[in-house]
Write a protein that binds this ligand. Structure first.
Ligand SMILES: Cc1cc2nc3c(=O)[nH]c(=O)nc-3n(C[C@H](O)[C@H](O)[C@H](O)COP(=O)(O)OP(=O)(O)OC[C@H]3O[C@@H](n4cnc5c(N)ncnc54)[C@H](O)[C@@H]3O)c2cc1C
Ligand code: FES
Length: 367
């Protein structure tokens, strides 16, 4: 990446995770009882470049384990000196709870990215009418896109529809109200399932319905629709839009659980591997720490072979994007086709993404 942009004031550089992947936490903000925003800056003054809706992959050292997780940047690219993520506490989840309980301003994390395609600047070429539908923590990419449209005073007609459990769970409520009051082309509506203790809810109530979508965006069939939230929520929204005669070619969605989206691709892998010629070579994959050995055909990703053998290994996207399955290769050769989830210097240091690495010899992995 060219880290010196000629249009920038002298001395300003762009953040490049290849060069310095460490981000320092500058602030932690409580949004709701179980959602916090973490604001980051590079160690030396550098600016972030990303499309609103993209995510970063962070590396955590928790309980002696290295764990990777992706978080969408909730901040707007129009304020490039810092970036921020907004994290919802997931019951028993190791990383979200560690961030909420232990992570403080001044602490540092390694990060790669930005990555991802879920952005109106990447997926839509000629439209200025949008319906952004989110549930729970799925609000983050919508917030980044809306903040950016507001800051740039773009001519975009945005309907921001967010579903929360109760009014106390609405993230960014005040900021959204200010943006929509000052920019009439941003309209915001919330749907709540129930009242909060001490705060009743007189707005749209219950689970999201087609009637509610029609009420907040009567012209929704003319809009590009972006959806993000828990898997059952996204499935329900898909069904609602289809039942309303929406052209699903203009429907865009992101899951915070990559496995949802890669199910189709996995099926293809299984079909391909099941039909593999019996003559395909098979290699021995040894997991050094757990002392497990699996056989892996040369055309099968190592992660897939390990899963079939009953091993539980960290993984998320299963397509070389998120970095969750990054592992140290002690010996052996692999062929790897990744999509940005690993840096060149990590590859040079012997790291591989086992979800997209196929063996070319017997391999030993430090797991
Ligand atoms: C591209 C991408 C972007 C993401 N952006 C965000 C974001 O902006 N904000 C955010 O809070 N999370 C986001 N996530 C989810 C995040 O990466 C973690 O999965 C989440 O914080 C839980 O991590 P954990 O280690 O605490 O729990 P895990 O051990 O990962 O999960 C525990 C259980 O909770 C489920 N789960 C995971 N995430 C959620 C969730 N958000 N809501 C409900 N159930 C969940 C898992 O399926 C699992 O069953 C994103 C994920 C992806 C793939
Ligand atoms: S699981 Fe995402 S890169 Fe391997």
């Amino acid at each position: 990446m060219d880290t010196t942009a000629s249009a920038m004031p002298t001395g300003f550089r762009l953040w490049d995770p290849e060069e310095d992947d460490v981000l320092v936490c500058r602030a932690v903000r409580e949004e709701t009882a179980d959602v916090k925003t973490f604001v980051f800056a590079p160690r030396t003054r550098r600016q972030f470049v990303f499309d609103p809706g993209q995510f970063l992959t962070f590396e955590f050292e928790i309980g002696g384990e290295t764990i990777h997780r992706c978080y969408t940047i909730s901040a707007s690219p129009t304020r490039p000196d810092t970036c921020a993520i907004t994290v919802k506490r997931v019951p028993n989840g190791p990383v979200s709870n560690w961030l909420h309980d232990e992570f403080k301003p001044g602490m540092m994390l390694k990060a790669t990215g930005p990555m991802g395609e879920f952005s109106w600047t990447r997926q839509v070429s000629a439209s200025n009418k949008y319906l952004l539908i989110s549930g729970g923590s799925g609000v983050t990419p919508m917030m980044s896109m809306t903040r950016s449209a507001y800051d740039l005073a773009e001519i975009r007609d945005v309907v921001f529809l967010h579903a929360a459990r109760t009014p106390a769970d609405i993230v960014f409520e005040d900021e959204l109200a200010v943006m929509s009051r000052r920019n009439r082309s941003i309209r915001v509506a919330h749907v709540c399932e129930a009242d909060a203790p001490g705060r009743g809810w007189s707005g749209l109530r219950g689970r999201l319905t087609l009637g509610m979508i029609e009420a907040v965006a009567p012209d929704f069939r003319e809009r590009e629709v972006f959806v993000c939230g828990p898997s059952p929520f996204m499935k329900a929204v898909r069904a609602l839009l289809e039942s309303g005669g929406f052209d699903m070619g203009r429907h865009h969605e992101e899951s915070f659980n990559f496995e949802d989206l890669s199910a189709g691709e996995k099926q293809e892998v299984e079909v391909a591997t099941d039909e593999m010629a019996p003559a395909a070579r098979t290699f021995r994959i040894e997991f050094a720490k757990t002392k497990r050995v699996v056989e892996c055909p040369e055309d099968m990703p190592i992660l897939e072979a390990a899963k079939r053998a009953g091993l539980r290994l960290p993984s998320s996207c299963t397509k070389g994007l998120c970095g969750t399955c990054k592992s140290k290769k002690v010996s052996g050769d692999v062929e790897m086709t990744h999509q940005g989830g690993i840096r060149q210097r990590e590859i040079d240091a012997g790291q591989i993404l086992i979800c997209c690495a196929r063996p070319r010899s017997d391999v030993v992995i430090e797991r």
